[in-house]
Design a binder for this molecule. Structure first.
Ligand code: MEV
Length: 443
């Protein structure tokens, strides 16, 4: 197979030159430039700003921005902004939020918000000498980064703990500086990484100097300095609870007690079966991610942390748990993740700012609470659908709308097709056939 030539200096091309280059590679994509250009922001200043968020930008990629009202979290009512491409997620969040607002709401607690950073290095000398040197110089090391931590300390954050860890049982000569941070209302990735890189330099200098003067044998090589997205100590716990009687009207065929038992069993299956657990947790993250994205936070970091935590006991399990005891149904979620309400995109992206405004400009802790509530809400709605009518009914309604849109159906055609498919299985070809029949009849 003949490969196209390797492109050089692509980033230096203007936006329209990049599009032209792309069109040259994709002869069949005639409409490329028109579609890409039609998704640009009409305000060139705003377009310029969006382009600067990333690199090699040629257009904007729109996602729906929706609202889920009626989120009662610790006694306060919130309208929650959600950005997500998947149909039914916002509706599911809104439906669970409304139900639980009438039943005590979401009870949420941020257990802690500690973040982790690591300097990974090799030390070829003796571990005990290194520990000794570290203990004697811990304060000096902290002082060496105070020019970076000073401002964060004024905001209530900073380094909480600095430890030296011996990892030689895993890899020969492998050690770590393991640092716990509090980053106030910031997610803190840049802050943590800057501190770690500075700390690594200071540590390397210190060890080189001190070992030389004390005649200690050994060489230290810094491998890398980076935050960890696994933050089990940036943890939030959330629950809803109600007498089973309150669940009476959630399904036509199950009374509250039967619904609660079936629900708890479904969650238990997710606790015991990894295949089910991944999908179950994906349902939680549907809600969490949508708020994370709407508020300009890093959903990949949230996902990575949540999934890692789901296996912290040795096998992958559900992040939520459900129980029925003495007539009370309780549904809980425990999930660690890191988000911020200052810094990064939260202050740059106009819609992230709007989202935070809609939520009353929360601090990071409150935002974590709301995100956890959205996760539990979506989990509740998903499991509710699964154990009752199934999820396809709702999905198929959206699917049908999408098919009709793609086939260019008129409003009266849409109404008739939706009526016709009310009790039938939806597929693209079935809808197309029926639409053709309608169109032939009206000729
Ligand atoms: C779909 O995006 C999410 C669900 O699959 C979650 C679940 O199965 O619990 C419905």
């Amino acid at each position: 197979m003949k490969l196209p030539p390797i492109v050089k200096g692509f980033s230096k091309l203007s936006r329209s030159e990049k599009i032209q280059w792309l069109a040259d590679q994709n002869k069949e994509a005639e409409d490329l430039a028109r579609v890409l250009n039609s998704h640009l922001h009409p305000d060139p200043l705003l377009q310029g700003m969006y382009e600067e968020f990333s690199e090699n930008t040629i257009s904007n990629y729109f996602l729906p921005y929706g609202l889920a009202p009626n989120f009662l979290v610790n006694g306060h009512l919130y309208t929650v902004p959600m950005v997500i491409e998947e149909s039914s997620v916002v509706a599911a969040a809104a439906s669970a939020a409304r139900f639980w607002a009438m039943n005590g709401g979401f009870h949420v607690k941020v257990v802690d918000r500690l973040k982790v950073g690591q300097v990974h290095f090799r030390w070829t000398g003796d571990g005990a000498s290194l520990y000794n040197l570290f203990e004697r110089n811990r304060e000096n090391l902290l002082k060496s980064v105070s020019f970076l931590t000073e401002r964060m300390e004024k905001r209530g954050g900073g380094i909480r703990e600095l430890r030296l860890l011996d990892k030689t049982d895993r890899i020969p000569s492998f050690f770590q500086l393991f640092v716990n941070f509090h980053t106030a209302d910031a997610m803190g990735a840049n802050f943590i990484n800057s501190v770690l890189e500075e700390l690594a330099k200071a540590w390397k200098d210190l060890v080189t100097r001190e070992t030389r003067s004390a005649g200690i044998k050994g060489e230290l090589t810094i491998i890398m300095s980076i935050l960890s997205n696994y933050t089990p100590e940036s943890l939030v716990e959330c629950y809803v609870e109600a007498p089973v009687k309150a669940l009476d009207r959630l399904d036509d065929n199950l009374n509250g007690s039967a619904f609660a038992e079936k629900f708890a069993l479904a969650v238990n299956i997710a606790q015991k079966d990894a295949y089910r657990a991944v999908t179950h947790n994906k349902g939680i993250l549907n809600g969490m991610d949508a708020v994370v994205i709407a508020t300009g936070n890093d959903f990949r970091a949230v996902e990575a942390c949540a999934h890692a935590y789901a296996s912290h006991e040795g096998s992958y399990t559900s992040l939520s748990a459900a129980s029925v005891r003495k007539g009370m149904f309780r549904f809980t979620l425990k999930v660690p993740f890191a988000v911020g309400t200052v810094g990064g995109l939260t202050e740059l992206h106009p819609l992230a700012k709007i989202s935070l405004g809609i939520l009353g400009n929360p601090g990071a802790s409150l935002l974590m609470e709301i995100i956890a509530a959205a996760g539990l809400a979506n989990n509740f709605s998903a499991v509710r659908s699964l154990i009752t009518k199934g999820i396809q009914q709702g999905h198929m309604k959206m699917h049908l709308s999408n098919i009709l849109q793609r086939l260019g159906a008129t409003e009266p055609e849409k109404d008739e097709v939706k009526r016709y498919f009310g009790d039938k299985t939806v597929s693209h070809s079935a809808v197309e056939n029926y639409l053709n029949i309608l169109r032939n009849q009206s000729r």
